[in-house]
Design a protein around this ligand. Structure first.
Ligand code: NDP
Length: 241
């Protein structure tokens, strides 16, 4: 029996100071990995993780964050592109600025982060990329044309990456959470929350740790042959899409 502990990996989670990202960071810390998280302030990550400042809409800020993380932990081996925003409006009232800022953060921001991670992964012939999408990306949601467009775009990124880099030991997958209790969902109107509750077969909202454990599985050896997949963590809301 092999009793050697797995080598700690260099793991980066964007937006790891709160919500789902923080729960993911805590899970990797618990598993013994070298964990770095970003937040725009450069503060607030969980104990045991390195917190660095990065705004994923700003390439120079991301470059500086990657330099700091690589100096401390080595090249990123597991990337979790989690940082994201909403700016909900019915389409008739949604202006270009709202559409563009949500896409720039959620979709282009993930592209920027992935692009900076893959060189090291290609060199090592090993890497894990996990993109945090949403049930809304495939299910749709009134008032979220910008958000849904940004989140469904992540599926295209993961599948194209799988085709580009699959032969180099790199996997790219999408996790699509449903309704998870975080600051992002706390602010939703009570009426909308009760509508969601009725639509979710599990009849409850999820804790961020329930997403975190799925992400950790996709980053682990047991998921070595899963790539280009969309894994829902939504209590059945999207019926597997
Ligand atoms: P929160 O609002 O609690 O946290 C969002 C995180 O993203 C924060 O860490 C925030 O950092 C970071 N962030 C936002 N904009 C930027 C930026 N420009 N540059 C760097 N970091 C940024 O959200 P959740 O934890 O709820 O959501 C996390 C992810 O999960 C998002 O991608 C979201 O779309 C997705 N998701 C959430 C669901 C839910 O029910 N909660 C459902 C489905 C998907 P800062 O502190 O600097 O603002």
């Amino acid at each position: 029996m092999d009793t050697t502990a797995p080598e700690p990996r260099s793991v980066l989670i964007t937006g790891g100071n709160r919500g789902i990202g923080r729960a993911i960071a805590e899970e990797f810390v618990r598993r013994g990995d070298k964990v770095a998280v970003t937040s725009r302030s450069g503060q607030g990550g969980p104990e045991g993780a390195l917190t660095v400042a990065a705004d994923i809409t700003d390439g120079a800020s991301l470059d500086a964050a990657f330099a700091e993380i690589e100096a401390a932990h080595g090249p990123v081996e597991v990337l979790v592109a989690n940082a994201g925003i909403t700016d909900d409006q019915l389409l008739l009232r949604m202006d270009d600025a709202s559409f563009e800022s949500v896409v720039d953060t959620n979709l282009t921001g993930s592209f920027r982060t992935v692009k900076r991670s893959i060189k090291g992964m290609m060199r090592k012939k090993k890497g894990r990329i996990i993109l945090i999408s949403s049930v809304v990306g495939l299910y749709g949601s009134p008032g979220q044309v910008n958000y849904a467009a940004s989140k469904s775009g992540l599926v295209g990124i993961a599948r194209s990456l799988t085709r580009e880099l699959g032969s180099r030991g790199i996997t790219a997958n999408v996790v699509a959470p449903g309704y998870i209790a975080t600051e992002m969902t706390d602010g939703l109107p009570e009426e909308l929350k009760s509508q969601y509750l009725k639509a979710i077969p599990a009849a409850r909202f999820a804790d961020p740790s329930e997403v975190a454990r799925v992400v950790a599985f996709l980053a682990g050896d047991d998921a070595s042959y899963i790539s280009g997949a969309v894994i829902p963590v939504d209590g059945g809301l999207g019926m597997g899409h």
